[in-house]
Design a protein around this ligand. Sequence first.
Ligand code: SF4
Length: 345
Amino acid sequence: MGLDVRFARRLLRWYAQNRRDLPWRRTRDPYRVWVSEVMLQQTRVDAVVPYYRAFLRAFPDVRALAAAQEEDVLRVWAGLGYYARARHLLRAAREVVQRGSFPTTAAGWRKLPGVGAYTAAAVASIAFGEDVVAVDGNVARVGLRLLGLRRSPRDTTARRAVQAALAAVLPPGRAGELNQALMDLGATVCLPTRPRCTACPVQTFCRARGTGRVHQIPARPPRYPKPRRRFVAAVVRDRWGRVLLVRQPSQGLWGGLWTLPYVEAPSWERAGRLLRRQLGVPLEADGLRLAFRHTFTHFHAHFQVVGARTPEPPRVGRFVRPDAETVPLPAPLRRLLVALRQQRE
Ligand code: SF4
């Protein structure tokens, strides 16, 4: 059985009774819907909820966000990862304030920094009722199973097929609900590895189930192992035990955040010259040696952390108490500083 208007009706009925109660679902305010959708890109719902609340406390509307300093936005975002999202949100807020209003269509939203096809369609449909379908990786998986297409959710042609099939059965004026219903179906029933087909409200419309191929769909995209890269970071303390942090340039790893001074190098011996150039003073190792790993989008990073002394104050950066909450730090470095402080106590 293919998709038709009965499919949409049944899914919407299920959604009315089973929708997840999420803080951004209690509003159609475009600012709040937009912030939630940006946070939900690449981050799980339960991780997003506390950040969403803290962000709205700090920046309750688009004007407050547009007037904020990048460092303040990054501080509230710190720990959520993918910091380009926060920088884009800030730039986009400034554009919105400058033009005087939010865009009301997906095409308009797409012109803002950091807003892709999915986010644009989600915000336009939920906040403005535009009849557009929002297909992210989750919805693509559900759609491919419904259509019985053994393709990867990342495959653009396959996504278009899902989008077209869903758009064809969209009840006018209810795209926001349908999009959220599909998101919830993907998050709670049509799960990636163990879909709960017997509990699925649209099982009779599902080709994958009808043909016994649920576990073959979607096709797994080819996996390319992430490369490994090695970095060396220095812990330089002043006489009060505060730790030297440097601000990273906006573009690049941990862009705009404060970190220990670090360079890409296989060993302390190789890192010394590069760190000297970065800080403007020579460094001498003073015994502390630690290591941690962190996975970025495109590679695994191994950080060797070395305690170091400098003969005079470094020319860049600032000394900060290891437990200071006032600077935006990436989560692994905050954990490291907390561990260092505990070691000294
Ligand atoms: S029947 Fe199973 S595979 Fe098909 S949409 Fe429902 S949960 Fe997903």
